[in-house]
Design a protein. Sequence first.
Length: 219
Amino acid sequence: MSLQLYFSPGACSFVPHTLLEISGAAFEPTMVKLHKGEQNEAAYKALNPRGQVPVLVDEGQVITQIVAIVLYLDQKFPAAQFLPTDALARAKAIETLAWMNNTVHTTFAHIVMPHKFTDQPELHAPLKAYNTALYRTLLGELQALVVAAQAAGQPWLSGAQLGPLDAYGLTLTRWGSLAGIDPEGFPALWAFVNQVATHPAVARVMERERLQLNLFKPA
């Protein structure tokens, strides 16, 4: 099989996993169990020396980094219209995708992996607390994007077709629930995420990855 996606359940690899499912193309989803350290095994490091997911392999060519993979899949499957074709609309969609990846995603990493950002254990708790509060504000920004899209008559974040922004939005909202942030506190965002989850392709990916949408547990 020419297309192979290395993913980890619930990770940002959910985004290209969803795009491939939408495309209808044959692909091989290969699970990488991060909690078991499979990303650090020699065979995986040969694909991606950084030991991260996702990794896309197409005809033997390896592509890493979620933004690069999304842009590649958008061009490989133009009929799916993952991203807008209008120059400005496309730039704005990529702008949001980059923000999700380099700002919201990174903030979550500070919550769940503070050891990657400081070697001083006494700073782990303050890092987690600060970034949890910051993540809450970022979910507010994400909700504002949903409200703006709906006001513009768009069913999805970047236009008429479900795409990477919607899948990433679901992922980031779900991560918030893992961080102790109740997604129901963002009603417009939570309603939208539930809409995304009912899309047949998204539902298939969630079933394959065995994901629960809301993991929030009241204190």
